[in-house]
Design a protein around this ligand. Structure first.
Ligand code: ACO
Length: 424
């Protein structure tokens, strides 16, 4: 329902009335859908001011550093909830009661194994392949294994696919890691929590089963919770766009994984560690800060800045606290982590970064925590993908459950006008 009206006046044309809608929170939106029939399109590369959909899942206020899932602040979810409960919340809209939660956890646990034949797929990849390349392939291939739940118009099928994806993502991630190391795949254990099980599949071997540290399992769970959703970011929008054509959920999530891989998005946590390698030593920080400020130099401080959070990233606050806990638990004395902390301190006080509101984002700290836990750099974005899976599915499901149209943006064409093929 339109609460207000806007009028667009274009020189030489009749004014165009456009409805304006108000959400529960956030800026009002001008509905420009009628513009096309008046012979105009809007132009907004990078979607700087475009709402691509209506959604009830996540709310972000970038200026105030607010992130809410179904109304609940991320800080409270990180402290009081856990990943599977957050998944339930994102998917179903409400927190589960005790019975609903244990049933949900049990259902996820029953789906943690993957089809044994998926290992054949794994064997087709080079062992030195980037894990994200393997993830894209394997997750896309799930639709070839679980085609009993691919009717996107059937709510039950959508639910089964959602559970399968949430349950199998850590198993696939750990399989990809073990394959890269040449170690045997470790099967999931349903007596462990979601995050303990992930660390078990990553670090245990058939010869040695170590007890998972509760501090590290909690840190892992927080990383998953803090990445669970972030409204219409590049990968989620990719999932929605792919889904709008009627593609199956596994194919859509594979598309999301591909979009997440880029260093401006989920690839940033890996890029943080590569940058620390490049900087090498605390004595080089000043030189690299100068490079980051130099407009002619492509170098950027990875893990700093965010498209939406122009004040602070609320997830980064929680992640920093977890980072301190993990480093304390492990008693780590790694020069690279010291370098990261020094870099953070300098950048936080440098006018260039302060004036542009370039604060450390969630990836800055998650990269440091994952390194401390012993997870190799190439696996960082894979873990982000596992954490973001419930968000991707919740958005995909929200779109499919309501009326939707295939996503088809228009363009401002600046190429040649029509011309004739030259005669020979
Ligand atoms: N280092 C140095 N300068 C930067 C950085 C950075 N990390 N980020 C932005 N700037 C500068 C820009 O050069 C620009 O300067 P100017 O105003 O003098 O031209 C200004 O800050 C504004 O930056 P934009 O690029 O316009 O901001 P935008 O919103 O388009 O980009 C982005 C946000 C992509 C995250 C950017 O800050 C960046 O590339 N950061 C590093 C990569 C990163 O950490 N990505 C993770 C994002 S979080 C996530 O995906 C979970």
């Amino acid at each position: 329902m339109a609460d207000k009206k806007a009028q667009l006046i274009i020189e030489g044309a009749a004014p165009i009335d456009l409805p304006v809608y108000s959400g529960t929170m956030g800026p009002d939106v001008v509905d420009v859908r009628a513009l096309g029939s008046s012979g105009y399109f809007t132009f907004d590369p990078g979607f700087m001011a475009t709402s691509s959909c209506e959604s009830k899942i996540t709310y972000i206020d970038g200026d105030k550093g607010i992130l809410l899932h179904r109304g609940y602040p991320i800080e409270q979810l990180a402290e009081k909830s856990d990943f599977l409960e957050t998944c339930y919340l994102l998917l179903k809209g409400e927190l589960p009661d005790a019975e609903q939660k244990s049933k949900f956890v049990e259902t996820v646990q029953k789906h943690t194994m993957v089809h044994e034949q998926l290992k054949n797929f794994l064997n087709g990849f080079r062992r030195d392949a980037h894990p994200m390349a393997v993830m894209c392939g394997i997750v896309g291939a799930l639709s070839a294994f679980y085609h009993d739940s691919l009717d996107i118009n059937d709510a039950k099928h959508r639910e089964v696919s959602a559970i399968r994806l949430i349950a199998k993502m850590p198993t696939i991630a750990a399989m990809v890691y073990k394959y890269s190391k040449g170690e045997p795949v470790i099967y999931p254990r349903n007596d462990l929590s979601y995050s303990e099980n992930f660390l078990h599949m990553m670090f245990n071997t058939p010869c040695e089963e170590k007890k998972i540290s509760p501090v590290l399992a909690r840190a892992m769970d927080r990383i998953f919770v803090l990445h669970a959703d972030h409204e219409q970011n590049a990968s989620t929008s990719t999932v929605r766009l792919a889904g709008s054509s009627g593609a199956n959920p596994f194919a859509c999530i594979a598309a999301g994984i591909a979009a997440l891989w880029g260093p401006a998005h989920g690839g940033a946590n890996e890029a943080v560690l590569r940058m620390l390698d490049e900087i090498g030593d605390v004595s080089n920080i000043e030189k690299f800060i100068a490079k980051a400020k130099d407009k002619d130099d492509p170098f950027k401080l990875m893990g700093f800045g965010h498209r939406v959070y122009k004040n602070f990233d609320p997830r980064a606050k929680v992640m920093k606290q977890t980072c301190d806990e993990v480093l304390g638990e492990l008693g780590i004395n790694d020069p690279q982590l010291e370098l990261a902390m020094k870099l953070e301190e300098i950048a936080r006080n440098d006018p260039y970064f302060v004036e542009r509101n370039l604060y450390p984002n969630v990836d800055f700290y998650s990269g440091i925590i994952l390194k401390a836990i012993g997870i190799p750099t190439e696996m960082f974005t894979v873990i982000f993908a596992a954490g973001r899976t419930p968000g991707w599915i919740a958005h995909w499901n929200e779109m499919i459950s309501g009326p939707y149209k295939i996503g088809r943006p228009r363009q401002l064409y600046t190429g040649y006008p029509q011309r004739d093929y030259p005669s020979k």
